[in-house]
Design a protein around this ligand. Structure first.
Ligand code: BGC
Length: 776
């Protein structure tokens, strides 16, 4: 679905209300500030079911089954309704004469204007704007205006908090639909401060208390307010205004909502919550909005990517960046980022490898502290991961395929939960990436090395030694290609496990160098024979490689699978698992998503150009991209191989994936955060060719011909670099905020000596241009 060509690439506009597309726009217009997220439903849509009004708070999970949690849908604090001379507003009754929703990504606001004619022919203009403050994370604000356009009469407005919300725990097995809803909020305490104008509700899950309070400020002349009452009843508090309304006069109220939970560990949960909404009402909407917009401006200053020559892609990449920032609780290491963020209940709000492999690089290069925070989440869930390993009769730690509050496995599908184990190598990989980009040795000494060692121990117990052949097999394993079934020696997993073992060996060396090894070895009860086994596995783990074709084979049975032609199956971009069950799919020689290709993008130096091309020609034609993670990976890989056309085609799909609902599931599944992250990577690592290795930062830009110019900033070792690429020319500025006075980097293999505050330019050499043309 194409979004209408927009004149302002900072905004996404919907100008027709279409009931069938509302779910899509609700996902698209999700707002958040890392602490809390809300879908873009209309606060006054009386047709929304209790589980459809999703408002989540990062880290608030509750048990729905023994050991299985769901992200809790919290009381509906935007709830608003109104009547015109007794007739309730209903978007599906009467006529919508005009409609406009604008998501302003620069300022993080959702604004809507609706012209509604009721069954009596009375026309009312409804204007509303909401934001979740990025400046004060516990604050959400709503401004709501009604204007009678062709009548004078009685308006009744009710706005408050509706605690009648439910959860719809969606099974992680993509084949299983769940239409049942559950009530997770057990206890409700409703209080109203009639005198002070506030209303409050405290609810409790089994583990956490959630306090929400609001103050409503009517900007309506007192003489027009006939009645101003507060209503309190079971799980519901609201403020009601009866207004004697005159034609053409706007009637506005502002609502200041404050939210805290017991996880915030504030003294006096109720009082703190109340105080904030009261303070906010004194500060006022415009000033709060200003602070919020300033906070966004600070983010955009570093995170923005400017693209000239392609309006649609400019808008799309901003959307991706906007959502990534919105969903990350950058100061709370007790949470990570769910596959659908804090804006949708899909996958029960759980965290996957999506964070470390697909999203983390964006934060790492634009906000390294936020990246560190994400990795700390894995450190603080080591205990849960240790229990997972024990439950599987294994050593060390086993990070869950799906994680929530404490790192215990949340995946309900046995094969995936027990066998899709590559996440245990993905996390150490991400830690190493963080270390390379930041040089933060303390992080490795304090946290990273322990993770390296504990995950290495897991691999050590997970590989099976075949004495006869003196080899190590990885039995019963599922690679990233989830259509590949449970198989033998998945190349991706074995490579990542070997990499993990190497990191653990290096980590121990680093600890020794810093006199930190003794303590950790004691804490972990380390036996030095463990190291010998790690080295042995690293050298003898089975990887299937066809020398003749220079081809890494996905797993031992890959070529036993039934060959098929994708043309017989694929019908647009809709995932095939919606038509064919997983059991059948796993006998076909098709890939759900990048597997060997995924590996080659992560460890590019481990493979030759010929091996990469062989992988591309073998796997790309049979990849269905039924996971949204796949397009971006293919774009990145193709870009680094010089396959410009393919790189562009895949990139285009990936970058607009949710904005244009490419997979037709943005409505029911929410926003795909991994896809947002990999689209960013496709630009920075693919088209701009940014690489960080032991010997420093380098770039090998390969600009798509569709773009005239691209400009972005990255942070490398506390240095802020401003990069502009125009075709075969590049310019880099070492910004004033940088830590060092001078740094060397390479562009197109040429060394650039950068000095703080100055720019340097470089051009591609004639030979490089010629070579690129030949590749093309
Ligand atoms: C993909 C996984 C991904 C998960 C959550 C699945 O469809 O196959 O790779 O981690 O979705 O996004």
């Amino acid at each position: 679905m194409m979004i209408k060509e927009q004149s302002n690439p900072w905004c996404i506009v919907q100008d027709v209300m279409d009931a069938a597309r509302e779910g899509f726009y609700e996902s698209l217009f999700s707002l958040g500030n890392g602490y809390m997220g809300v879908r873009g439903f209309h606060e006054d849509d009386c047709h929304k079911l209790p589980h459809e009004r999703s408002q989540f708070i990062a880290g608030i999970f509750d048990a729905i089954d023994s050991g299985v949690t769901d992200m809790v849908n919290t009381p509906h604090y935007l709830h608003t309704t109104f009547t015109v001379d007794g007739e309730p507003f209903d978007p599906h009754e009467g006529k919508i004469l005009d409609y406009k929703s604008v998501l302003n990504m620069k300022e993080g606001t959702l604004t809507r204007t609706i012209l509604w004619e009721n069954n009596q022919g009375q026309i009312t203009k409804i204007e509303k704007e909401r934001f979740m403050s990025l400046h004060q994370l516990h604050l959400a604000c709503l401004r709501y205006t009604l204007t009678p356009m062709n009548y004078s009469g009685e308006l009744m407005i009710e706005t408050g908090i509706d605690g009648h919300v439910r959860n719809n725990p969606i099974h992680d097995d993509q084949m299983k639909a769940n239409n049942k809803t559950v009530k997770l909020l057990e206890e409700v305490d409703v209080t109203g401060g009639v005198r002070n104008g506030y209303m409050e509700m405290v609810t409790k899950t089994r583990q956490d208390a959630i306090a929400e309070s609001y103050v409503v400020k009517p900007l309506i002349p007192e003489e027009d307010i006939v009645e101003n009452t507060k209503i309190q009843r079971d799980a519901y508090v609201c403020s009601r205004f009866m207004i004697r309304a005159c034609q053409d006069r706007p009637y506005t109220f502002e609502k200041y909502i404050s939210i805290f939970t017991s996880r915030d560990q504030v003294e006096g949960l109720k009082d703190t919550t109340l105080r904030l909404s009261e303070e906010a009402s004194h500060i006022g909407y415009s000033a709060l909005h200003h602070d919020h917009a300033q906070a966004w401006a600070k983010k955009w200053q570093i995170a923005d990517i400017e693209i000239s020559g392609n309006h649609r892609i400019q808008q799309a990449i901003r959307y991706n960046i906007f959502q990534l920032i919105q969903t990350n609780a950058e100061h709370d290491h007790r949470v990570s980022i769910g596959a659908r963020g804090i804006m949708h209940g899909r996958y029960k709000g759980c965290y996957f490898w999506d964070t470390e492999i697909f999203m983390l690089p964006f934060f790492l290069y634009t906000n390294p502290e936020a990246a560190k925070n994400l990795l700390l989440y894995r450190y603080y869930t080591l205990e849960g991961a240790r229990d997972n390993a024990k439950a599987l009769n294994l050593k060390g730690v086993k990070y869950p395929w799906m994680s929530s509050a404490d790192g215990r496995e949340q995946c309900e599908s046995w094969d995936t939960g027990s066998c899709e184990i590559h996440i245990n190598g993905d996390i150490p990989y991400a830690i190493h990436h963080y270390y390379q980009v930041t040089g933060d040795v303390d992080f490795i000494l304090d946290y990273g090395a322990e993770i390296y060692i504990e995950t290495a121990r897991y691999w050590s117990s997970r590989f099976s030694y075949d004495k006869g052949q003196d080899i190590y097999n990885m039995l019963f394993v599922k690679g990233p290609n989830e259509y590949g079934g449970v198989t033998l020696n998945n190349t991706y997993t074995t490579f990542m496990a070997r990499h993990n073992l190497e990191l653990a060996i290096e980590g121990i060396a680093l600890l020794k160098e810093h006199q930190r090894w003794h303590d950790l070895a004691e804490k972990l009860d380390f036996d030095h024979k463990e190291l010998d086994r790690w080295q042995d596995i690293r050298d003898k783990a089975v990887i299937h490689y066809d020398e003749g074709r220079q081809l890494y084979i996905e797993d031992q049975h890959f070529f036993d699978l039934e060959p098929v032609s994708l043309d017989d199956f694929k019908d647009g971009e809709t995932p095939l698992y919606q038509k064919i069950c997983f059991d059948r799919l796993q006998r076909y020689r098709v890939l759900k998503q990048a597997d060997v290709i995924q590996l080659m993008t992560l460890l590019p130096k481990a493979f030759t150009q010929a091996e990469k091309m062989a992988a591309w020609h073998t796997y790309e034609p049979i990849t269905l991209h039924d996971s949204t993670l796949s397009y971006g990976t293919h774009a990145l890989f193709a870009a680094t191989l010089g396959l410009d056309e393919a790189a562009w085609d895949y990139f285009e799909k990936s970058v607009v994936l949710d904005m244009e609902d490419v997979m037709h599931n943005t409505d029911t599944e929410g926003i795909h955060f991994a896809s947002l992250g990999i689209s960013w990577q496709a630009i920075i690592f693919g088209f701009a060719g940014v690489v960080v290795e032991e010997d420093g930062l380098s770039m090998y830009p390969r600009m798509p011909q569709q773009w005239d110019k691209i400009q972005f900033k990255i942070i490398y070792r506390k240095n802020l670099m401003d990069v502009t690429i125009m075709g075969n020319a590049a310019e880099v500025t070492l910004c004033e905020e940088s830590q060092t006075e001078h740094i060397d980097m390479k562009i197109w293999h040429q060394v650039l000596s950068l000095e703080k505050g100055k720019s340097k330019q470089v051009n591609k050499t004639a030979a490089q241009i010629n070579n690129q043309q030949q590749l093309g």
